[in-house]
Design a protein around this ligand. Structure first.
Ligand code: PRX
Length: 651
């Protein structure tokens, strides 16, 4: 972290807002001033931009660590994202422009989307889904994924979207934790030219999910119905989405939902082997995502907004579906990989659809840098006017490359820091207002307070420390699903009275934030959160493995890569086949995103005298650094042997 800090300190470049952009920006300086006067009043003003069925009685009830926002208010998220746009000029505007990986395209206007959502909501009701029931969504990035989310919101059901890259076992565990009644999936999805058999995975998951009564299957493959290789339908349990919807009416009144009723659960990795079900509620969440979308992405009626995240992650929830649709925006969604069929796919999408605002992740930008400027160079990217970054720290070189080669030097960049837990963007520039510095997420959004503390929890105003949030914010997680103690322990106990984000950060002399990354056992691999413990538990479930320790090592493209140190059971032999087998095993247990990049076999792992594995030393080894302090080791020879072994491999 020290090396990172000093590199960042050299970053002196400044990018003031272009005057033309500032002249018509949605945000102005005044936003900060009005928020500073009174945070609650500021958020209430933002909430008034939504449609409420019943107004709230109190803006905030704060009994740390539990907050309630807009207490007593009633609203419906789908009505806010759809119905209220249908009486005016937005009725026939494109809501979703979709492109599948094979090149198939669909456009749904607000009218189309509302009709589909109502039908889907009626179908869910017919399957016995009611207010508060949980529905799991395990889908490729197709319009039906967003329709399914909005249909749940329409009837007050709680969705739990599970990223389509997760394994059957991960799906099973998440479905069981939430006790979902219905699972919505698709026969298949496309990724890098391959057909992913999602329904088959869902079937494997459903072999162990007693709560599931029905499974709804979207037909993604043309003519897919009847192709048993992809979707074997279990009589009575499984239903084709299109058949269910065909039979439903397009009338469906939105269910009034309490501001504090659950909108969704989203599982994310933490420092234990068990993912946490992050709970988000309705009124505060929608207020924050709608307001941040309006001001951070500066959306105008004619914009085409492309957030490249999958709906399986929080970014897809907040900035593909809820934030943009609440603002009546046109959203582009693309199912597949950025390098399929060629490495210019993103730029051909931008050109073809006239994308104006692009929001993507540093890991993607670093890959584009490596692939070379000829790919964006072949396309007209002049429609772009604003660029965004999210998910991990963006290194200044990648920022400058993005600015120069994608933004043509004219587009402001918003580097937005936030988390699954925060629901919406927390630290970000406001385009047209903030002078940016490459690599810094700049300052908190109006109405948000962030403070840097040292290890003792004392607030510091410059230098390095821990990022904390001392005040509640509308989109904050309310708890961990059915585990409030874990909520208190994870977020509120390290620095009592403050939410601890798990990130290290630095404040510079202008009060700008430089996020340095996770300081806990959570890794950020290609913008995806992975708990080292999850990967370790998957490894030790393998019959050959006695013990495993997983650490992150710096990786040029992915930010971090997974390195696993594995001790085998007696009688097992370290072979390259076994390495491949272990990688495949983790893929099967968790999903391909958790597949270790390196596996090292070792007779022992470095441990303290009390038996704790010293991951810090393993990280030194994996990153090829000189070993840090080894004095507390039970057997210092273990680590020097490991280092030698590692260096031999490298050489
Ligand atoms: O470490 C921070 C990093 O991503 C973590 C949150 O991951 P997740 O819940 O999966 O949400 C990702 C998308 C919101 C944070 O704890 N992170 C996110 N955005 C940034 C970031 N790190 C640096 N700069 C960012 N802009």
């Amino acid at each position: 972290m020290d090396a990172q800090l000093s590199t960042l300190l050299f970053e002196q470049r400044r990018f003031p807002p272009p005057p033309e952009f500032a002249a018509s920006a949605n945000a102005g300086e005044a936003l900060y001033r009005s928020a500073e006067r009174d945070h609650e009043a500021f958020w209430a003003e933002q909430a008034r931009a939504l449609h409420w069925i019943r107004p709230w009685d109190r803006v905030l009830e704060w009994n740390p660590p539990h907050a309630k926002w807009f207490v007593g208010g009633k609203l419906n998220v789908s009505a806010n994202c759809l119905d209220r746009h249908l009486d005016g000029p937005l009725r026939n505007k494109a809501a979703l422009i979709w492109e599948g990986e094979p090149g198939d395209r669909r456009v749904l206007t607000y009218w189309d989307l509302a009709r589909e959502v109502r039908k889907a909501a009626n179908a869910l009701k017919r399957l016995g889904v009611g207010k508060g029931d949980r529905v799991a969504i395990y889908m490729p990035l197709v319009p039906e994924a967003a329709i399914a989310m909005l249909a749940c919101a329409r009837i007050g059901a709680v969705h739990s979207v599970i990223f389509g890259g997760f394994s059957a076992e991960s799906v099973r565990d998440r479905v069981n934790d939430a006790e979902a009644k219905v699972l919505i999936t698709a026969d298949a999805g496309y990724r890098r030219g391959q057909v992913l058999p999602l329904k088959r995975m869902a079937d494997a998951a459903m072999a162990g999910t007693p709560s599931i009564r029905h499974c709804v299957v979207v037909r993604r493959r043309p003519g897919g119905e009847g192709d048993e290789a992809f979707a074997q339908m279990t009589e009575g349990r499984d239903h084709w989405w299109h058949r269910l919807l065909d039979a439903e009416s397009a009338e469906c009144e939105p269910t009034p939902v309490d501001a504090e009723d659950l909108l969704f659960i989203l599982y994310t990795s933490g420092t234990t082997g068990k993912p946490k079900g992050i709970v988000h509620t309705t009124g505060g969440y929608l207020t924050q995502v709608a307001a941040t979308t309006r001001y951070v992405f500066d959306l105008k009626p004619e914009d085409v907004f492309w957030c490249t995240a999958d709906i399986g992650w929080v970014t897809g929830h907040s900035y593909v579906v809820y934030g943009p649709l609440a603002n009546g925006a046109t959203v582009l969604i693309y199912e597949g990989a950025p390098d399929w069929p060629e490495r210019d796919r993103f730029w051909s999408l931008v050109e073809r659809h006239g994308v104006t605002v692009l929001y993507t992740a540093p890991t993607a930008i670093r890959a584009f840098m490596k692939w070379g400027t000829e790919h964006p160079g072949r396309h007209d990217l002049s429609s772009l006017r604003l660029l965004g970054s999210v998910g991990e720290p963006i290194n200044p070189e990648a920022w400058i490359w993005y600015h120069t080669h994608i933004g043509g030097g004219r587009c402001p960049i918003v580097d937005t820091w936030w988390q699954t837990e925060t629901g919406g963007i927390m630290i970000t520039p406001l385009p047209g207002v903030t002078t940016t510095k490459p690599g810094s997420a700049t300052t908190p959004f109006p109405g948000i307070t962030a403070e840097l503390v040292d290890t003792a929890g004392t607030v510091i105003t410059k230098g390095g420390g821990f990022l904390t949030l001392p005040e509640p914010w509308p989109g904050m997680l309310r708890t961990i699903y059915r585990d409030d103690q874990r909520y208190r322990d994870t977020y509120w106990s390290r620095f009592p009275g403050r939410y601890f984000a798990g990130d290290g950060a630095k404040l510079d002399e202008d009060g700008y934030w430089w996020i340095l990354g996770r300081v806990d056992d959570v890794l950020n691999v290609a913008g995806h959160r992975i708990g080292t413990m999850e990967v370790e538990s998957a490894l030790v479930e393998h019959s050959s493995v006695a013990e495993a320790a997983v650490v992150g090592r710096a990786h040029e493209l992915k930010g971090q890569a997974l390195a696993a140190f594995v001790t085998l059971k007696d009688g097992q032999h370290p072979t390259s086949e076994l390495k491949d087998d272990l990688k495949a095993h983790v893929t099967q247990k968790i999903g391909a995103i958790a597949r270790p990049d390196d596996i090292f076999f070792s007779a022992d792992l470095p441990k303290t005298r009390s038996g704790k594995i010293m991951r810090r030393l393993l990280k030194d080894i994996a990153e090829g650094r000189a070993l840090g302090d080894t004095t507390t080791l039970a057997d210092p020879n273990v680590v020097s042997r490991l280092k030698e072994m590692y260096e031999e491999k490298e050489g």
